[in-house]
Design a protein around this ligand. Structure first.
Ligand SMILES: [Cu+2]
Length: 69
């Protein structure tokens, strides 16, 4: 399992949290996803043999957020 924390500066409220966590958890190979609103970060545990980081970033970007890290 790989753990990664991404910076998503536009995260600011529960709506952002629900949108991003929902979109990322729909991908296969995601063990855990957590959006920290106060830090504007997305922490994700994932199985690299089933999903890659670019796919996770794309899922967040498709919700309308820029992703860094
Ligand atoms: Cu929001």
């Amino acid at each position: 399992m790989t753990q990664k924390t991404l910076q998503v500066p536009e995260v600011h409220c529960d709506h952002c949290k629900v949108s991003i966590e929902g979109a990322v958890s729909e991908l296969s190979g995601i063990n855990r996803v957590d959006v920290a609103i106060s830090e504007a970060t997305v922490s994700v545990d994932f199985d690299e043999s089933r999903v890659d980081l670019d796919s996770i970033k794309s899922a967040i970007e498709e919700q309308g957020y820029a992703v860094f890290g």
